[in-house]
Design a protein around this ligand. Structure first.
Ligand SMILES: [Zn+2]
Length: 378
């Protein structure tokens, strides 16, 4: 993937002025290692940017880890009861993403603070929440930022209680967004029945498990399925595409029938609007309650770089970097080959060294550096 900086082409390639995620995967040592457990392989000695919003590689790593954390909470919640749902605001094509995200996040912040919220929590035994922000885009409706949340409950609710809680949350969301909306007078973002709220109260374990994935992962498959249908119907070519995509799909040529410059402008808007925002957060005390340790996004991706498996293959940095810039897809092929232990293929691409068991141990014990095993250049 290539992320271009504003006006970057005319400046040429200057790694220091690139956004951090464009440096993702850049080698930081004189050699790059590959480790594998037969199911997954990874490069080590490369930099990871740690951006959940702007980097497809890091986003995948972080979201998978975050989904596991929410699963732990769901598993450990003895009552097996929870509420999960989606909140958004009314949105139309042309509305700035920055404003919509501000509105959704400010609305949520207002919703979960103050004494009405505390009273509601006591009444229904709501232990806290995990909330995740997601952004999708469609040609028909523009940016669609929304909040997914999950709230574990002390005990299952009766049908009436569930209905009452639902009504309370919907009303509260509406009135908080109305307050926020005043700031954006010209844009109508007030939620209505068709736009804004989807709420479910679940008591069975299976549904709760699904909720963990649902709130933390991009709904990419859903987007693609809808999109696939539309492409089949030819709507995209007609420019009437209503399919929604996740922002990474904006990087794919021809997506939704958008021109390169349209995709570029949208990606930059997305990049700027999401920068430094918290994507997934837990309410205070909830992690402690479920003994789910807090780990920063950056640390999750660094952990990925220190795999439990030994480094089995070492390649020279210059070969790796040349491929990263000219043929990044080949690097993905290399990882797949490593999973199959097809070291001959890896060799043909990276021109490195498959380490002996003794050499792998030396690396793991810190008795050697990766570049020690590479043939010396004249
Ligand atoms: Zn990254």
């Amino acid at each position: 993937m290539m992320i271009r900086w504003h006006g970057g082409e005319s400046k040429g390639f200057d790694p220091l002025s690139l956004p951090r995620c464009a440096k993702c995967g850049m080698s930081v040592k004189s050699a790059v290692g590959i480790s594998t457990n037969g199911k997954r392989s990874a490069f080590s000695g490369v930099m990871r940017c740690g951006s959940i919003w702007a980097c497809p590689v890091c986003s995948g790593i972080i979201r998978t880890a975050r989904a596991d954390e929410v699963s732990k909470m769901v598993e450990r919640n003895a009552s097996g009861a929870l509420v999960f749902g989606t909140l958004t605001v009314r949105h139309h094509a042309g509305m700035p993403l920055q404003m919509l995200l501000d509105a959704v996040m400010a609305g949520w912040q207002k919703m979960v603070t103050g004494s009405p919220w505390k009273r509601m929590r006591q009444r229904y035994g709501v232990q806290g929440y995990v909330r995740a922000t997601e952004v999708t885009y469609s040609r028909g409706n523009g940016w669609h930022p929304h909040i997914h949340f999950i709230m574990p409950l002390d005990a299952p609710l009766s049908g009436e209680e569930a209905q009452a809680l639902r009504t309370w949350l919907i009303d509260r969301w509406r009135s908080m967004v109305m307050r926020v909306a005043k700031k954006y007078g010209d844009w109508d973002i007030r939620p209505d029945d068709a736009h804004g709220i989807d709420l479910q109260v679940k008591h069975d374990y299976k549904a709760c498990e699904k909720a963990a994935e649902y709130i933390t992962k991009w709904q990419a498959d859903k987007g693609m399925a809808e999109l696939g249908m539309e492409i089949a119907r030819g709507d995209v070519k007609g420019g009437r595409a209503a399919g929604s995509i996740n922002p990474f799909q904006l990087l794919d040529e021809g997506m939704l029938g958008l021109s390169d410059s349209q995709r570029d402008a949208l990606w930059h808007e997305y990049y700027a609007a999401t920068m430094r925002r918290r994507c997934i957060t837990w309410s205070r005390g909830l992690r402690e309650r479920y003994e789910v340790e807090e780990v920063e996004d950056e640390d999750l991706v660094t952990a990925e770089d220190k795999p439990e498996e030994l480094v089995e293959y070492v390649a020279p940095r210059r070969v790796y970097e040349r491929l990263r810039k000219t043929a990044p897809a080949l690097l993905a092929d290399v990882l797949e080959a490593a999973e199959r232990c097809d070291w001959a293929f890896v060799d043909s691409v990276l021109h490195g060294v498959h380490l002996t068991d003794a050499q792998q141990d030396m690396l793991a014990d810190g008795e050697a550096h990766m570049f020690d095993f590479l043939p010396k250049r004249e």
